[in-house]
Structure formats: structure tokens, C-alpha cells
Design a protein. Structure first.
Length: 231
């Protein structure tokens, strides 16, 4: 059965069976969705339900209208999946504020203290295959501005330029021994603070947080790559 056909069936089943659902069990959107195996995506369902609502077939039952309005109220993202609720986004934003403050503390604790762009360059250099062009793209700045950031790190003895053996035209940015020590110090500071916070959580909550964090890192990385390709 095609998605469009499932959408029509879904709308008809909800129209005819909704009173039975009301009489038997507490009404939830989940229970209604499960009445049709393989129901179409939320945006397709909402269009089908909206058509029935516009035709007046739901007007005689106020609770059906409530269901329709609730079903059609949820936002849909560009890829067709349900968009994150505002409360969910706010919760993640609150977490990023805490992490951002922790990063700022870790950078201020270093000698010499680093700015956020300088730290980002050290992170990229630690990951390998880093050059000025990559820094400019990552920071969203002109190549000349990226060069000045790198020059300061080279002058501080934290970074060095190294030509690639197989292509002398390519110059990579590599951490010096002092740069590696500074990077390790900042990361250790961050780990200690996060470990202390997670020690106050229940074991199951810590596991859930770690799992959700990996999923968020993956999603945020993919979103960032998409924004770059579209920008």
C-alpha cells in the first residue's frame, strides 16, 4: 500500500473507530496511530486529517476536533520528522551553557590563557590534517584572519607549521610538545569537573546521559556539515 493510500485509510479508520476508543481506553495519539499498521509519517497523516476536517466530517464531535488540532499542531522538520519541542531545545541549550562555562574556565586556567578561536585551532591540530584553509572554514572567517590566529599560536610555541613530505606545497598545523601538554591539561580539567557533576547522578541517569550525548554529537555534526554545504 502506498503512503498516500495509508494516509486515506488512517483518516477513515480514525473517523469510524474513534468513539470505540473513547468508550474503552484513555485516548492518546499513540493509541490512535497504532490502529493502522504502518501508518504514514506525521506530515502525511496531518494532511489527510486536515482534509477530512475541512470537509466537515468531524464537526459534529468536539473531541474529534480536539484530536485533529493536537495531531496537526506538532511542528515538522525539513526532513519530514517531528521537530524538537521547545522544552527539549531549551533543556539542551541550558546544558550547553553549563558546558560553555566549563570550557571558559578550563581555558582561563591555562598558561598562557587561550581565546575560544585559539583553542579551536588546537583541537583541530590535535585531530590531524589541519591547515589554514580548514581553520578558516571551521571558524567562518577569512583566510587572513585564520592565519593571524595561527601565527599567535606559533609565536607562543604551541603550534608549528610542517610541510607535507609528499607535497611540499601543503603546510599542516601540528601541535608542539608544549601545545600537546596544554591541550591535555585543558581536557583533564574538563573531565574532572564533568566527573564530579556526574558523580551526583544515579547510575542509570549517567548511562542515559552518555548515550544521549553521543547521539547529540552525531546529529550536531551532521547538521553542521549540512549547513556548510548549503551555505
Amino acid at each position: 500500500m502506498e503512503v498516500g493510500d495509508r494516509a486515506s485509510v488512517y483518516a477513515r479508520v480514525v473517523t469510524t473507530s474513534y468513539p470505540t476508543v473513547l468508550d474503552s481506553t484513555p485516548t492518546t495519539r499513540c493509541s490512535i496511530r497504532q490502529s493502522v499498521p504502518g501508518s504514514p509519517p506525521p506530515n502525511v497523516r496531518r494532511r489527510a486529517l486536515a482534509n477530512d476536517y475541512a470537509c466537515g466530517s468531524w464537526a459534529s464531535h468536539p473531541l474529534r476536533g480536539v484530536l485533529l488540532r493536537r495531531e496537526m499542531a506538532g511542528p515538522i522538520s525539513s526532513n519530514g520528522t517531528a521537530a524538537a519541542a521547545r522544552e527539549q531545545v531549551d533543556a539542551v541549550v541550558a546544558a550547553t551553557r553549563v558546558v560553555g562555562a566549563l570550557i571558559a574556565e578550563s581555558l582561563a586556567s591555562l598558561q598562557p590563557a587561550l581565546t575560544m578561536p585559539q583553542w579551536r585551532v588546537l583541537v583541530m591540530a590535535n585531530e590531524g590534517d589541519c591547515n589554514v584553509s580548514a581553520v578558516a572554514e571551521d571558524l567562518g572567517v577569512h583566510a587572513s584572519n585564520a592565519t593571524r590566529v595561527c601565527d599567535r599560536l606559533v609565536a607562543a610555541g604551541l603550534l608549528e607549521r610542517r610541510r607535507v613530505a609528499y607535497d611540499r606545497r601543503q603546510v599542516l598545523l601540528v601541535l608542539t610538545a608544549e601545545g600537546e601538554a596544554l591541550y591535555g591539561s585543558a581536557m583533564d580539567y574538563r573531565r574532572r569537573r564533568i566527573e564530579a557533576a556526574m558523580a551526583l547522578m544515579e547510575e542509570d541517569d549517567r548511562a542515559a546521559l552518555a548515550s544521549a550525548s553521543w547521539m547529540f554529537v552525531d546529529a550536531a555534526t551532521r547538521a553542521r556539515m549540512t549547513n556548510r554545504s548549503e551555505g
